[in-house]
Design a protein around this ligand. Structure first.
Ligand code: CAA
Length: 259
């Protein structure tokens, strides 16, 4: 039996999604995308999960789409591959729970596209990030040319996309492409510190923040604000609002753990 190319484990309310093709630097092929999609479906069925962490086994987060598999694709197959990757990565982005990408080694091409589909990106200090597709004679296919300009601005995104340059974790931090740089060997620990804080926060409020940001970014300003107002109103139907505001007024820490 083939070993799974994506591992899915839940521990103490955290779902760990681990890319597991270390010998190919976690190059993303069609079967890995299908397995990732299946993991996301499993995660949606787990009401105990409050945070998801995406990481890579071995020496890299992910070195991009699998070049050996892609080399043989016809134009129609390549388009279908891109659409599959986009569908799975968008499903990851739209998970109701916060997601964290732990980037070590390399996040290139499809690997960076995967990381950009997560809410929070943390890079180990030696990591390198980039979209080198043009150097292979192709363009990003899993949403890179869409998410990168939205995250870091069109000017910097275009330079990265046009040159294919790899940037360091510190440069990625200065661009806002990652929001934390972890010292060598402390990537998991840094990720867990953030995951533990997110775990203690109310699930519905976190899901609504995500909806407001991601759905709102696809709307014009008036419609986006209207969505925000709807989600704001919805929050007042949750026990978390009752608890959060009562706790503030009673000068105690809120307890959002019951849900
Ligand atoms: N696809 C297929 N195999 C890959 C791969 C990829 N993207 N990246 C690495 N591998 C394989 C290598 O071929 C090698 O296999 P063998 O041991 O069988 O020779 C193995 O992984 C280890 O790779 P290296 O020896 O090159 O490892 P390294 O640590 O010295 O270098 C690296 C790592 C800088 C990431 C280098 O492997 C590299 O440049 N990889 C390709 C990066 C790239 O171009 N990514 C973009 C892909 S296109 C894309 O992603 C399209 C899209 O948007 C959908």
């Amino acid at each position: 039996m083939n070993e799974q190319s994506v591992r899915f484990e839940v521990e103490d309310q955290v779902a760990w999604i681990t890319l597991n093709r270390p010998n190919a630097r976690n190059a993303i092929n069609r079967s890995m995308l299908s397995e990732l999609g299946a993991c996301l479906a499993m995660l949606m069925g787990r009401s105990d999960v409050r945070v998801a962490i995406v990481r890579g086994e071995g020496k890299a987060f992910a070195a991009g789409a699998d070049i050996a598999e892609m080399k043989e694709l016809s134009p129609l197959e390549a388009e279908a591959f891109a659409r599959l990757g986009q569908r799975v990565f968008t499903a990851l982005e739209r998970l109701p729970v916060p997601t964290i990408a732990l980037i070590h080694g390399y996040a290139l091409g499809g690997g960076l596209e995967l990381a950009m589909a997560c809410d929070i990106r943390i890079a180990e200090e030696s990591a390198m990030l980039g979209q080198p597709e043009v150097t292979l004679g192709i363009v990003p296919g899993f949403g890179g040319s869409v998410r990168l300009p939205r995250l870091i601005g069109q000017g910097r995104a275009l330079e990265l996309l046009l040159t294919g340059d790899k940037i360091s974790a510190d440069t990625a931090l200065s661009y806002g492409l990652v929001t934390h740089v972890a010292q060598a060997g402390r990537l998991n620990e840094t990720g867990m510190q953030i995951a533990n804080r997110l775990k203690a926060l109310p699930k519905t409020a976190l899901a609504s923040v995500k909806r407001s940001v991601y759905d709102g970014s696809e709307l014009e300003v008036g419609a986006a604000q209207s969505l925000e107002a709807t989600l704001f109103g919805l929050a007042f139907s949750t026990p978390d609002q009752t608890e959060g505001m009562a706790a503030f007024l009673e000068k105690r820490a809120p307890d959002f753990s019951r849900r």
